[in-house]
Design a protein around this ligand. Structure first.
Ligand SMILES: [Zn+2]
Ligand SMILES: [Zn+2]
Length: 560
């Protein structure tokens, strides 16, 4: 066993002792020993326990623990502490800039136990409000977690998009005008998780290699069979596919669709995918309507293109308002008025649904009944001054362990609408989670089911649910399902949108904004909703103000 490994175990032991509030004198002694063990000028395993204990700053007790480690592979004290520390907290110890003191605050005050939740909290600006954290620390932690995510080989679309567009723009500027350049592959299909970004171009290999050489962000490269692979300094692989001008559209089409989509096309035409001057023309040759890139997943799109029944996909401009957002009444960064003005003046929306957290969400400053009423007063007055813009009185009500909502019916019935979401006790099996959601869906006051699985992409799987049963329950009870547009959530997963749409369930693209910038996440929600085949007519927040107002009212009057 190397000195370094022994030293690391002692360092971890001291960190965990601090985390669990053990005697600070003993904790310090272990931390010092860890430092000392790392610096010893000889191999520890070559010495006896007595020799080691004679070393300055080591002593009998440490030496016996070292001995225990060398001979049994573990230290009992360390094992005991490991057993009572959640895995996510241990992962946090590996993040640069996070020591036991900060982790304690994160764990105890913010009730965060996994890296994913921590990343989410950084994105929601929740860290800067906690003691000992500033904007700079929050940004550092966020970057360190992103680096950690990158080591899994997958990237969030929102992360990759920023890098990809800056590469695209600089390359485009460098290439002469006659060259064609396009995104292709998973990125062009707007997949929520990516292992690389692919571009296709008619530029020559030499031109691309010169570009890679010049753009210092791109490191190393590999050139094989019309493909140049390089890696962005963030770890994101960027691939350039080389094509001749004549077959550009065909190559674009073949590299965009996933394998199943291309296989379905090949069945239609003996000689493989034909060539033509544009993608539209190629689909036309195959007797198909044009299929939007987002849909090319090898599901039902080829059949629908043949039958002329492809959906007219939703666009960002179809969105008329935004539901499910937070303000300073609970854990938001901007005030109710700031949120409303941003929607009205900057985004030119017709309405804002405000859904602060309900009383159980203590960590998020959830609203007790008196504060709900205080908020309503402010909404009433803002609605007078901002008319015809309207703020809807909503709430994000916690779904409690037994599936009931967080307020008595007398209060629930006074909201314009209710988003019901699970925030606590996420460890459930499929049966329990499904029953819990269905109970909440059957509550007559539930209008929208919020982030149905609680997943955080790349970091928290979310609880397992029986999607069909949950969606069927929403259909039976006229409850809409949220497509949470936060790029870390994108929950309901787009792979289940079709089923919901078929069942006549409305989807709602909700940014779950905790500050004004958060509203822009609706764009990511729209991208996945397009993959899911959503049309504006089945999206709740594409209703104009009048239609949505009467939708909410009629739902309320139908409750006996
Ligand atoms: Zn929520
Ligand atoms: Zn929320």
């Amino acid at each position: 066993m190397e000195n370094k490994i022994i030293s690391r175990k002692f360092r971890l032991l001291s960190q965990l002792m601090e985390l669990h509030g053990e005697n600070s004198f003993k904790t310090k002694a272990i931390a010092n020993a860890a430092f000392k063990l790392d610096k010893l000028p000889f191999k520890i395993i070559d010495k006896t326990e007595q020799e080691l204990s004679a070393e300055q700053g080591i002593g009998k007790s440490i030496a016996s623990k070292v001995w225990e480690l060398i001979h049994t592979g573990c230290i009992e004290d360390l094992e005991a502490l490991l057993a009572k520390t959640p895995e996510g907290i241990l992962e946090m110890l590996t993040i640069k800039g996070l020591g036991p003191k900060k982790i304690l605050i994160i764990w105890n005050t913010l009730a965060i136990e996994t890296l994913g939740e921590l990343y989410y909290a950084c994105n929601e600006n929740r860290l800067i409000e906690a003691k000992g954290f500033g904007l700079k620390t929050q940004e550092e932690i966020k970057m360190a977690i992103e680096f950690n995510m990158a080591s899994q080989g997958l990237f969030l679309y929102s992360q990759a998009e920023k890098l990809a567009s800056s590469i695209f723009d600089t390359l485009k500027e460098m290439l002469s005008d006659q060259h064609l350049l396009s995104y292709t592959g998973d990125f062009r299909r707007k997949l929520e998780l990516l292992s690389s970004v692919e571009l296709i171009t008619t530029a020559s290999a030499e031109e691309i290699l010169i570009y890679i050489e010049k753009d210092k962000r791109l490191i190393q490269f590999d050139y094989q069979e019309n493909k140049i692979r390089t890696v962005h300094e963030s770890g994101l692989p960027i691939h350039f596919i080389l094509s001749n001008v004549n077959e550009f559209s065909k190559h674009l089409l073949i590299t965009t669709g996933n394998q199943q989509h291309i296989a379905l096309l090949e069945q239609l035409y003996e000689k493989g995918v034909p060539n033509a001057e544009s993608e539209e023309a190629i689909y036309r040759q195959l007797n198909l309507d044009f299929i939007e890139p987002e849909l090319r997943e090898g599901l039902d799109e080829v059949q629908k293109a043949h039958d002329h029944t492809l959906p007219n996909l939703i666009t960002y401009d179809d969105i008329k308002g935004t539901l499910h957002n937070h303000s300073t009444y609970s854990d938001g960064v901007h005030s109710l008025k700031e949120m409303a003005l941003y929607c009205k003046d900057v985004l030119q929306l017709q309405y804002l649904g405000i859904c602060d957290h309900s009383r159980t969400a203590v960590y998020a400053n959830g609203l007790k009944e008196d504060r709900v009423r205080l908020q309503w007063e402010e909404i009433d007055s803002l609605n007078q001054t901002l008319y015809p813009f309207k703020i809807f009185k909503g709430i994000e009500s916690d779904i409690l362990g037994d599936g009931s909502l967080d307020y008595p019916d007398e209060l629930l019935r006074e909201f314009d609408f209710v988003v019901a979401s699970v925030h606590a006790n996420l460890k459930m099996d499929e049966e329990k989670a499904t029953l819990r959601l269905i109970k909440a869906i059957e509550n007559p006051y539930t209008t929208i089911l919020g982030h149905p699985t609680g997943r955080l992409l790349l970091s928290r799987k979310g609880y397992p649910i029986d999607y069909k049963k949950v969606i069927d329950a929403c259909a039976a009870n006229g409850v809409a399902i949220e497509v949470n547009a936060n790029p870390l959530r994108l929950d309901l997963d787009w792979r289940w949108h079709r089923y919901a749409i078929e069942k006549g369930v409305y989807l709602s693209i909700n940014p779950d904004a905790h500050r004004v910038e958060g509203f822009h996440d609706m764009r990511y929600g729209t991208l996945v909703a397009r993959k899911g085949g959503l049309t504006a007519s089945q999206c709740l927040n594409c209703f104009d103000l009048e239609k949505l107002d009467s939708y909410f009212s009629s739902r309320k009057t139908s409750i006996k």
